[in-house]
Design a protein around this ligand. Structure first.
Ligand code: PRP
Length: 197
């Protein structure tokens, strides 16, 4: 999470008190996540049969989804990571996104899938898609674990979506609140008003 995060418009930037994840409502269980990830992996394996693919995960949130997805894909695949700073996204209407870690290996002529944990305003993926297209991949698709269509500010859709969700703040399965909870195995709804507030 960069200095300004996707929730900073409504949450304080000071370090918040810890809320135990067990107290939060489960949106998707580990079984539901596993089933969807396997289904996406199967679909990707069919779509790219006979080809090699490169998965590009967007740090940090996508790391866990990518690690499960890569293990559900049967075609030859490698993976790489990029990192972006979301500084200014919540406050500046330009929605500036800055690359802070580029891909390690060339993707020219390769079949690429950008892997995200969540597609929200679409600013991050829109920026990354433009950037990756400059590398002239053979093809470029997007896989996201979660999609919040009602938050979209720019027109962009993912080719593979785990779950479409309403506009609720979620944590777990790689997703954080103030860097916490990424290791929570299921996906839970972070309370709008945490206990003690
Ligand atoms: C989250 C998420 C996406 C981005 C999506 O990243 O991982 O990269 O926001 O939002 P958008 O569609 O509005 O651009 P975050 O900045 O929270 O960083 P993180 O992945 O390190 O948690």
């Amino acid at each position: 999470m960069g200095p300004i995060s996707r929730y900073s418009t409504r949450m304080s930037l000071s370090v918040p008190p810890y809320v135990a994840p067990e107290t939060m409502d489960v949106l998707f269980s580990t079984a539901q996540i596993s089933e969807r990830v396997k289904a996406i992996g199967k679909q990707i394996s069919e779509d790219y049969k006979g080809h090699s693919i490169v998965l590009i995960g967007v740090l940090k949130g996508a790391a866990i989804f990518l690690s499960d997805l890569a293990r559900s894909i049967e075609v030859d695949n490698t993976f790489d990571f990029v990192a972006v700073s979301s500084y200014g996204r919540a406050r500046v209407s330009s929605g500036a996104v800055k690359l802070i870690k580029d891909i390690d290996n060339p993707i020219e002529g390769k079949h690429v899938i950008i892997v995200e944990d969540i597609l929200d305003t679409g600013l991050t993926l829109s920026y990354l898609r433009g950037l990756m297209l400059q590398h002239k991949p053979a093809s470029l698709k997007i896989a996201t674990c979660l999609d919040k269509p009602e938050r979209r500010l720019v027109p962009i859709e993912a080719d593979y979506v785990g779950f479409k969700i309403p506009n609720r703040f979620v944590i777990g399965y790689g997703m954080d609140y103030a860097e916490r909870y990424r290791g929570v195995e299921d996906i839970r709804i972070f309370p709008e008003t945490p206990p003690g507030h």
